[in-house]
Design a binder for this molecule. Structure first.
Ligand code: HEC
Length: 160
């Protein structure tokens, strides 16, 4: 799997629809609506594995979180391997309650292709809303600066 992401893709729609709406010209426009994260499969609840239990994370504004990892990342993450392999995706499901049943959104880390961000482990960072739509994307300094702590390994900070 090659992991790529376009936060705000250009949408093209049929000219019949445009003519029907009374609009002439090119059928493409820049869509500013946040898009579903391409790193998070629609079936992630069954295809990702829980790797850390529900618990408070002070580093993420005192939200409760469950950490889940895709098939590439799960075993290496649990074994503390460093660095994680390319195409690893690790997510923190953020919840308002201590049983992790009140979803607020997601923080996501995806190991992008070599060279994406060489100085910071080639991690691609995303913040998602509770509909899995991307609200912040890329080489996010606010995430990197905290995940670069010496207590973290390959920018992964969650103790077993
Ligand atoms: C102020 C510090 C801080 C900031 C800022 C921060 N994190 Fe974290 N993050 C942590 C800590 C600490 C943990 C581990 C918590 C635990 O022990 O369970 C963590 C865990 C995670 C995990 C689970 C994987 C792991 O082991 O690290 C993901 C994914 C994650 N953060 C993504 C993000 C993203 C994306 C951002 C930016 C939008 C971000 N974080 C901002 C401190 C931070």
């Amino acid at each position: 799997m090659s992991i790529k992401h376009a936060a705000f893709p250009v949408r093209c729609i049929g000219s019949i629809v445009l003519l029907g709406a009374g609009v002439l010209g090119a059928g493409c426009f820049q869509d500013s609506t946040p898009q579903h994260s391409l790193f998070l499969p629609l079936d992630y609840k069954s295809s990702f594995q829980p790797v850390r239990p529900c618990r408070m994370n002070a580093g993420h504004d005192n939200t409760y979180q469950m950490v889940l990892a895709n098939a590439v990342a799960a075993a290496p993450y649990n074994n503390g391997e460093s660095p994680l392999p390319a195409d690893s995706v690790v997510i923190a499901e953020l919840h308002a309650d201590a049983t992790c049943n009140s979803l607020k959104g997601f923080y996501l880390m995806a190991k992008d292709k070599a060279g994406y961000d060489t100085a910071h482990g080639d991690w691609h960072w995303q913040q998602l809303d509770d509909n899995e739509r991307v609200t912040q994307d890329g080489r996010l300094n606010k995430c990197i600066s905290c995940h670069a702590q010496t207590t973290c390994t390959d920018y992964l900070c969650s103790a077993p």
